[in-house]
Design a protein around this ligand. Structure first.
Ligand code: DAH
Length: 340
């Protein structure tokens, strides 16, 4: 038995394995139920009682040695595999295709740049909002249809009416709440409305809101800024037209049209024969809104405007189906490879 144990310990020290399967074979051979160690243990039973202590100890040592050796072989293999997976620096490089800017990002950037040149800075707010910032602070009456489930996605009705913002006008409130004028911001962002998806409507889209509050701000200032914007965006020949309208948060309110890009004002399918296409809503900030945000309407006045980025992109790129903007079909996106 003594020789057997010695021979086995030499054998074990020399063990090698080239694969996980070979390690497993060795484990079964030495430590398996019908393996070498089990056989030795049964021989141990026939050993003279006075020798039991010495041999028992040796057997234990041998068993530990096999167990450790097998664990060691396993580790070695894993390390070797890791090393083989290292990057092969001699491989030839492959050119990964470049992505492109999304047309909505391009248009959003251009809008921000145009207003940026006039001193407007960017302000952003959360898409998950509460009733106060989206409706109440902006002078929406309690029974306004926008507060209906059919128009707005509510997340929780109580206690604070948590909802997905339906317009970026909510960012106006967020900024006015903690800033005293002068305030000159544009607020780009995604908005949500409970609409059936079609070529002309989607349940989410993008807006850029503008807000200017200071002393002595007038409707004439608003008109000049919007004219400048329209000509930068659509070309120097562009004409604008302001039509009286209604928004709860502005008084007076207006909608702005630009002269049709396609027919130049003569009348075509895009402008439905009118020569004009609508691009945004605007107006003088209602004194109630200033008051609810802690700004004194006796001292300050201001204007606001809001436009849909998809709407502008439709006109700039002549995209007829709104759904193309969110489907991410690369054939569509690659058409904007060289757009700026
Ligand atoms: N919030 C309006 C909408 O989503 C757009 C708008 C209109 C914003 C007039 C304004 C504004 O700031 O003055 O339809």
């Amino acid at each position: 038995m003594k020789e057997k144990i010695e021979q086995l310990s030499r054998e074990i020290a020399e063990l090698k394995a080239a694969s996980a399967a070979q390690v497993e074979e060795l484990r079964i051979k030495y430590l398996g139920k019908k393996g070498v160690m089990t056989a030795l243990m049964s021989e141990f039973r026939n050993i003279a009682p006075e020798d039991k202590r010495t041999f028992g100890q040796r057997l234990n040592e041998l068993k530990n040695a096999v167990t450790e050796k097998i664990a060691h072989l396993k580790e070695e293999l894993a390390e070797r595999e890791d090393a083989e997976m290292e990057i092969d620096l001699t491989r030839t490089a492959t050119q990964e295709p470049f992505g492109t800017r999304h047309p909505l990002s391009i248009v959003k950037r251009r809008i921000i740049d145009i207003f940026g040149a006039m001193g407007f800075t960017v302000a952003e707010g959360p898409e998950i909002e509460d009733d106060w910032h989206v409706f109440s602070s902006l002078n929406f009456p309690a029974d306004h249809p926008a507060r209906d489930m059919q128009d707005t996605f509510f997340i929780a009705r109580n206690p604070a009416d948590v909802l997905l913002r339906t317009h970026t006008s909510s960012v106006q409130t967020r900024v006015m709440e903690h800033t005293q004028p002068p305030i000159r911001i544009v607020c780009p962002g995604r908005v949500y409305r409970n609409e059936a998806i079609s070529a002309r409507a989607h349940c989410f889209f993008h807006q850029v809101e503008g807000l200017y509050i200071d002393k002595n701000v007038s409707f004439a200032d608003l008109k000049q800024v919007l004219l400048y914007f329209a000509r930068q965006m659509f070309g120097p020949e562009t004409q604008i037209r302001l039509r009286p309208s209604y928004f709860p948060f502005t008084e007076p309110s207006a909608e702005m049209d630009i002269s049709c890009q396609i027919c130049g004002g003569k009348g075509c399918a895009l402008c439905k024969g009118t020569g004009w296409v609508e691009i945004l809503g605007c107006g003088m900030v209602d004194p109630n809104v200033l008051k609810s945000c802690g700004i004194d309407p006796e001292v300050y006045s201001g204007y606001a405007f809001g436009m849909g980025v998809e709407r502008i992109a439709n006109l700039v790129y002549k995209v007829k189906d709104l759904r193309l903007f969110s489907e991410n079909d690369v054939r569509f996106l690659h058409e904007f490879d060289n757009a700026r």
